[in-house]
Ligand binder design. Structure first.
Ligand SMILES: [Ca+2]
Ligand SMILES: [Ca+2]
Length: 223
């Protein structure tokens, strides 16, 4: 499966990036209580965050909602599944545990826009490296994979705000299954995010756009 190859690419890429402590372009902005994963304003899939696309997903930069760029996500389904996009977030010493919301703007094209699964990979204490176990269906060992599903059935832009406590671990190979995105005792903290799309029918297609992908601190938490 190409998706497995995408995960393999993660293994090859995250480990050295994390070990070398290389600096991604964005860092948490404590003054406004949010961590911008990407707003796509670079208009480039490799500048800013370095994103990858997998399986039948296709991407394009289009005009955003009150912003220069958003990321269009389209693709044809095979057995409902289309594919998606992902990016590395691991950074040495990066503590994201203050954020309790996942937020994103999603442009829908109507009732059959498709559905999205947000996957956040988080290293287990003492086991910060994302690697896969081929005998276990390519589920990365010692890594929590917190997922959240949403159906996109609207037309136009909509702001999504999902409490991280509503994300559930779906990786049988995970060890602690606790959301602790803080690199302590060798854990990699939050390693990567993937946004995975499926169609509303077996051979349907998806058509949507994404912008302002963020982790945020809820207002009651900031007080
Ligand atoms: Ca934007
Ligand atoms: Ca964990």
């Amino acid at each position: 499966m190409k998706r497995s190859l995408a995960i393999l690419a993660v293994l090859l890429a995250v480990f050295p990036a994390y070990c070398q402590g290389s600096l991604p372009p964005k860092s948490p902005d404590a003054s406004i209580g949010k961590f911008v994963i990407d707003n796509f304003e670079s208009g480039d899939f490799k500048k800013g965050r370095d994103w990858w696309t997998f399986d039948r997903a296709t991407t394009k930069f289009i005009a955003g909602n009150n912003s220069r760029y958003a990321l269009e996500l389209k693709g044809d389904a095979h057995d409902w599944y289309v594919g998606g996009v992902g990016t590395y977030l691991a950074q040495k010493g990066q503590d994201l545990s203050r954020y309790d919301l996942f937020e994103m703007d999603v442009y829908g094209t109507g009732p059959d826009s498709g559905s999205l699964k947000i996957e956040m990979y988080q290293g287990t204490k003492g086991k910060g490296v994302l690697y896969e176990n081929p005998k276990k269906g390519y589920d990365p060992k010692y890594v929590d994979r917190f997922v959240y599903n949403m159906k996109v059935d609207w037309k136009g832009w909509k702001h999504i705000s999902a409490p991280i406590m509503e994300f559930v671990n779906d990786n049988p190979e995970a060890r602690d299954t606790v959301w602790n995105p803080k690199p302590v005792n060798g854990s990699g903290g939050l390693l990567q995010i993937q946004i995975v799309a499926a169609a509303g029918s077996r051979s349907g297609r998806i058509a949507m756009a994404l912008d302002n992908v963020e982790l945020k601190e809820s207002e009651h938490k900031r007080k």
